[in-house]
Ligand binder design. Sequence first.
Ligand code: KIV
Ligand code: ZN
Length: 391
Amino acid sequence: MSKNRVQIFDTTLRDGEQVPGCKLNTEQKLVIAKRLDLLGVDVIEAGFPISSPGDFTSVEEISKLVKDATVCGLTRANKKDIEIAAQALKFAKKPRIHTGIGTSESHIKYKFNSTQDKIIERAFEATAYAKKFVEDVEFYAEDAGRTDNEYLARVLEQVIKAGATVLNIPDTTGYCLPDEYGAKIKYLKENVKGIDNVTISCHCHNDLGLATANAIAGIQNGARQIECTINGIGERAGNTALEEVVMIMKQHPYLNLDTGVNTKLLYDTSLLVQRSMGMAVQPNKAVIGENAFAHSSGIHQDGVIKNRETYEIMNPEDVGVTESSIVLTARSGRAALAYRAKNIGYDLTKIELDDLYPQFLKFADFHKEVNNNDIHHLMELNKIKKTSIKL
Ligand code: KIV
Ligand code: ZN
């Protein structure tokens, strides 16, 4: 694989599904897994097999179904979890076990009542045990974002010795700043023996709205896998949004990074996840939100009608959205009214437009948004006939 290829590890069905109220049944998970495979993600984290019989079945069925992507199952650092995950993954063409343990001071003290050295032992043993079942073992150092870098480097050096193929550096609590997270990856790249033979993975949470920025900072400092979810769903404020990181890499060619994702399927995949989970994204959500390609102020509309690139840095078609939209409100100008009227068959003269515009503004002040039926109504009132129909 090229040095500039970033692996996309989708955890919609594991971290994403941990969201309260977003539970999916096996049927729904299979539909989403199939779509993720088609989308071109590299890894699908299908679930946490020991957590429930339902999750076990989902991971097992997804393993049978997925054709191209690696299928991954999460475990804690203990034998039983690993054995169950290996069993659930036995039909996968490319299975991966994702095991790990908390490494920050607070996790070691409060979660495990343990010591740094004992945690290293458990990390080594879990990785080596997982390696007995599958070749591809990813290790996560939970709360790595708040873990001392020197200690983290010691943990990682041991799990590489135990056979880890991927090292996940989660900012579990979404605490890091982008330069801090980037510097952590750089430190590990420079100080962990054997790290050049494994893939470093970014798993960032969005508690301070920095999940995407942190993942990109990690990639700029040498990581080559991003763990993310469709629509950015996940624990608390969520995970890095898949559609955001993929489009950042596509829209900034100088980064010289690429993914295997077919971006034209992003919008449709987002809708599938929103509907299956009953969790709508906010209209201003980057890339796939309802307003991501909608223009409503007169100045912007005038620019977009003249040339889309004046106010859009992405082509909506690249993410599967058919076209940009010009929303008619009381902030819209003559150009927008003429444009929308033309779209439904009225090629207005300058005089007609000058007559109509004040009526349109009054109507828009009252109704907030003016739709196609309202435009037809205005035309009827002013006895303006259709001239053409844009198909
Ligand atoms: O946020 C996190 O640390 C996780 C791990 C289990 C990978 O989700
Ligand atoms: Zn997480």
